[in-house]
Design a binder for this molecule. Structure first.
Ligand code: SER
Ligand code: ZN
Length: 654
């Protein structure tokens, strides 16, 4: 049965008429004919309803029972199973058949290589059985898997293993129980033959957790780092967020045949092996850092995504933006904060800004969705994380963590919204976030223009700040956003000038909330050099007319490594843009000596971290440069970047 694709709108969200509190799933596994028995406890939520409508795709229905009685009042239509005249609460038993071998959409249960495995986010569970396949229906899952023992020695699902046995026909079975209510997209099943790396972890409160990492046969020599990363992630989440692991076992499956990148199924994360397996002979440092980040990311979902999940798919950034923020912080706390920040910001500028400027642009919380799988985007993930980071900047670590605690206390075990999250942050901090919420609904990259003025007679420095977001086809009128703008002022010797106004210290994070705003700083004895948008404190484009000398000074003396890198990028951008024009007009390309000297002094500065030096000498990517020009001349951009790299190489070698 084919289903017409329909637009869904966030504003029309409705609480489901029924919910399912518990489900017992029974799988008789076979690649071509798998029989699924689902016994669900169904509860009516809407007193007006008496029709239960379940989702189901590519399923062959065998039987339906309600409270042990065969049920015939049902019909199948367009991806739904409609069961009529149902009681208030009842036990629904559905038996159906699926063909994992023919499952080429790779949603639900499919065969890949010799493994049977699942991918249920976002709407894959409906390819397994008829169900309320929506994230706001949370049930306790018990899963029994029976399969041929020689082909499938490992039968894995979510939760703790509670029983197992063998049949006398060469098959075996394993029963899993996950007592944490979860939506169906977090269900997972894997059957196959693997090598296993076991370890264990003792949590903060003394819980002993078995750790098991399942890999394709022969890959054990590449599994160690993923295990180390997992243990680091578990410890870090306890220390920084107070989140402890909650089951007796944590399983990771890392196999070549998994088609999604990574998935946070409760207690049973699944990865494509290429993202998490490495050995020193073939992997780079960067590979190791990426493994740490992605293992962390999926682990951190246990609280931000699994224990507290999303009410509907429009809220995807609630779990993804927050979890990306958490994995970025994990990488920063355990590695170089500045290098991590630089990489995250480069990704935003080179790719998310491009998405925001394209026909694919959407707010971090979309309003309208046809196919959910199209919304696993840089905007939802990376810009979503920047929005969380802005909250962190506005609240500070202590109040942000108070907000996290309140959010957890309010929503643990349930499905929440982005608004719920912001509300918890607001209530815990007493900071008014009304305006801030626009970041969730307004799409596009704001342009922040800064003009300054120095009043020598008053010893005052003024920053005139304006913001504009270009109109888009679905949002003609853009409203001002709450932009935290982190700044510092320097004198010409590179010393920080304290920020003050009317005898009071001024916080370095300015609250830009209007279309136009002026900030006044007193006791500034000479025209200062502003360091603006430090740490990329908001996902915006910045326009300020820096001179080469100002940027060179910031690159050499700014107190913060990110600001040094950003100044270097701005300095390079001036000559990249100029040279693109020169290239188009067939003029000689230039890079003045004072620019080369400034970079050389950084290179020779022994106090400067080598990792930072490497970043300072990394040119903006061609994608990022494409964002700066109205008409993209790919060849000119490519030639100019090559010219600067060559020039640097020749000059720095001397
Ligand atoms: N939910 C998965 C993840 O973000 C797949 O996108 O890790
Ligand atoms: Zn994620």
């Amino acid at each position: 049965m084919t289903q017409q694709r329909q637009e869904k709108y966030r504003q029309y969200y409705q609480v489901p008429d029924y919910t399912i509190t518990d489900i017992e799933l029974d799988f008789v596994l076979d690649p071509a004919t798998t029989i699924v028995t689902a016994i669900s406890r169904v509860k009516r939520l809407n007193s007006q309803a008496n029709v239960l409508i379940l989702d189901g795709k590519n399923l062959i229905l065998h039987t339906i029972h309600i409270d042990d009685k065969p049920w015939t009042a049902y019909r199948e239509e367009a991806g739904k199973l409609i069961i009529e005249s149902v009681p208030d609460t009842f036990v629904l038993k559905v038996v159906n058949e699926i063909n994992p071998l023919k499952n080429t959409v790779l949603e639900g249960l499919y065969v890949s290589a010799d493994v049977l495995c699942t991918q249920c986010e976002a709407e894959g569970f409906r390819h397994i059985t008829y169900y309320l396949d929506r994230p706001d229906v949370l049930a306790r899952f018990t899963t029994c898997i029976i399969a041929d023992k020689s082909s499938y020695p490992y039968l894995l699902s979510n939760g703790n293993q509670i029983d197992k046995g063998e049949t006398n026909d060469g098959r075996h079975w394993v029963k899993w129980q996950d007592h944490f209510p979860k939506p169906s997209y977090l269900f997972a099943l894997i059957a196959g033959d693997f090598d296993v790396l076991y370890d264990n972890y003792v949590s903060q409160s003394g819980r002993n957790v078995t750790l098991a990492l399942f890999v394709d046969k022969g890959n054990l020599d590449r599994a160690d780092w993923a295990m180390v990363s997992l243990k680091n992630a578990m410890r870090w989440d306890e220390t920084r967020f107070g989140y402890e692991y909650d089951l007796d076992i944590y399983m990771i499956v890392a196999v070549d045949c998994f088609n999604m990148g990574a998935m946070e199924n409760k207690g049973l994360n699944i990865f494509n092996a290429k993202y998490v397996l490495a050995k020193t002979e073939t992997a780079t440092d960067k590979d190791y850092l990426n493994i740490k980040a992605v293992i962390g990311h999926e682990y951190f979902h246990n609280w931000t995504g699994n224990r507290i999940t999303c009410r509907d798919w429009f809220q995807l950034s609630l779990k993804e933006g927050l979890t990306v923020f958490r994995d970025q912080e994990f990488s920063s706390d355990l590695g170089s904060r500045s290098v991590n920040r630089i990489e995250n910001v480069s990704l935003m500028r080179a790719h998310q800004f491009a998405e925001d400027a394209s026909p694919m642009a959407h707010p971090i919380r979309p309003e309208k969705v046809i196919e959910m799988n199209n919304f696993y985007t840089l905007t939802v993930y990376e810009k979503g994380a920047e929005v969380i980071r802005m909250l962190h900047t506005l609240l500070g670590e202590e109040q942000f963590q108070a907000g996290m605690k309140l959010y957890t206390a309010r929503h643990d075990g349930s499905a929440a919204t982005c608004d719920d999250f912001v509300q918890a942050m607001q209530d815990a901090s007493n900071i008014d976030l009304t305006l801030f919420r626009r970041w969730y609904s307004q799409l596009g990259t704001p342009l922040v223009t800064v003009r300054d003025e120095y009043l020598a007679e008053k010893q005052q420095y003024l920053l005139h700040i304006s913001q504009i977001t270009a109109p888009t086809s679905d949002q003609a009128e853009k409203l001002p956003l709450h932009i935290p703008l982190d700044i510092e002022l320097y004198d010409t010797q590179g010393n920080v000038i304290p920020l003050q106004h009317s005898g009071r210290a001024v916080h370095s994070v300015l609250n830009v909330v209007k279309v136009e705003q002026t900030f006044v700083f007193d006791q500034v004895n000479s025209p200062p050099i502003p360091s603006l948008l430090r740490e990329f404190s908001a996902p915006v484009k910045l326009d300020y007319s820096y001179t080469d000398e100002q940027l060179a000074l910031l690159m050499q003396y700014a107190s913060n490594d990110f600001a040094r890198w950003d100044a270097a990028q701005s300095l390079l951008s001036i000559y990249i843009k100029e040279n693109v024009v020169r290239q188009q007009q067939r003029e000689d390309l230039i890079l003045p000596q004072h620019i080369i000297d400034a970079f050389k002094s950084v290179l020779l500065d022994e106090a400067c971290d080598p990792a930072l030096k490497a970043q300072l000498f990394t040119l903006p990517s061609e994608n990022e440069v494409a964002e700066w020009v109205a008409i993209i001349d790919a060849i000119a951009i490519h030639n100019v970047i090559n010219f600067i790299i060559q020039k640097f190489a020749n000059e720095m070698a001397a």
